[in-house]
Design a protein around this ligand. Sequence first.
Ligand code: NAD
Length: 403
Amino acid sequence: MKEVLVLGAGYAGLKAVRNLQKQARDFHITLVDKNNYHYEATELHEVASGSQPKEKISYLITDVINPKKVTFIQDEVLKVTPEAKIAELKNTGVISYDYVVISLGFCSETFGISGAKENALEMVNVETAENVHRHILKMMTKYRETKDANYLRLVICGAGFTGIELAGAFVDEKKKYAEIAGVSPDQIEIICLEAATRILPMFNDALAQHGVDLLKKLGVNLMLGSMIKEIKPGEVVYTRGSEADALRYSIFAETIIWTTGVSGSPVMAQSGFDEHRGRVVVKKDLRDPKYDNVYVIGDVSALIEPETNRPYPTTAQIATRMGAHVAKNLGHQLKGEPLEDFNYKSLGTVASVGNTRAFGLVGKNAIKGYPASFVKKSIMNKSLVDIGGLKELLAKGRFDLYH
Ligand code: NAD
């Protein structure tokens, strides 16, 4: 019996397994993940702010796999050796495969900025998101004891989708933080530093400006054109405007969160794949160019978009679609049939700014406010049902669309 190994149970890997297990073919699937749960990575900002508990954005992997067809191993993947068709796991040791699907997801990218790893908080998985929330609560308590305003200041580094969604979630939770600190909500400062002079390059100027205005209206201090150079304990060092401007400025804060971008899992470099920032440029059928039995999907893959000749942005939406496509192509490959190219059209890109506000694009149409928030939650619900099935949708789905 052929062995299909799937590494990583994020959007891409778990979707591949869910679709593969429906195929009544003569193969066995092994799924490996370091956690025993799948989590909705697009909702980590809600756990970080405290607006959702981790249980609301995660579910057990064993709840959605068929044990007759899939063996789940909870372990950390250290390396894949495609020449030998083996993967090395931290505790289990070496396991072999006939086909492998690598879907190991993302990690935080510091771009070598001094002190970022040591002195800023990451928000890349459930633990780090929970850690952000715990940290904020602790800082609010410290304010009560010290009356030092640095404890009330929340600094977000980078205004990409992650930074903006986190800022929006903080706005929603400001009141709770203020109660703990014993201050008025206006005294909680939310600052977001962004190197670029405008946000979200995939949106046109008007839509991006709408986002800037919305954040401003909500009291977020969005500092565009601020390039972070160093993170010291309790201090963000940055320059303003052009690089030629050698003057350095500082913001002092006891909560600094790092959201300046992501790269693919370090396992890709460790395994000797031809990668850049942890991403491997894959063929149109989603396989590695060198190995016919190696599929690379989700945040560790870079699929070139024909119109722009640049890799598609890494999103949950494309990762889920890739997972489904790999299941289809593996089915073909196991039967000796020709593989299909992956075709992708984004359903839309929406940034939430708290629970009831959002802005983004559906097709070429800009959407804002409540309708955008509705679309964002519908995308979330679709992802839940796509991967977790109806059971997870009913347990975790967002039905609070109209409050
Ligand atoms: P990103 O790369 O999209 O954004 C990071 C931001 O940080 C950029 O605006 C960049 O200019 C800024 N930055 C980088 N270095 C900086 C520095 N030294 N000083 C100041 N600013 C700096 O990263 P992300 O927001 O984490 O998103 C990662 C991926 O996930 C993206 O592909 C994104 O599209 C996707 N995502 C999508 C959604 C959604 O669809 N709602 C939500 C979250 C993430």
